[in-house]
Ligand binder design. Structure first.
Ligand SMILES: [Zn+2]
Length: 57
């Protein structure tokens, strides 16, 4: 289950308002309930830090 890409599922990322741990929508979809790893249930939408790489010619 090792992948180099993360946060590419629709580009939607949530983060726990308590500990700030980012959780992708893909990860949330696999959980039985919306819950952070710390046990807190309140997540907010976080803007994914989209980094566009432009190759210099
Ligand atoms: Zn948390």
């Amino acid at each position: 289950m090792e992948g180099g890409k993360e946060g590419t599922f629709g580009g939607v990322v949530y983060e726990c308002v308590r500990c700030g741990t980012p959780v992708s929508a893909e990860e949330l979809a696999q959980l039985p309930e919306i819950k952070c790893i710390c046990g807190y249930r309140i997540l907010r939408k976080a803007r994914p830090s989209v980094v566009k790489q432009v190759k210099a010619i």
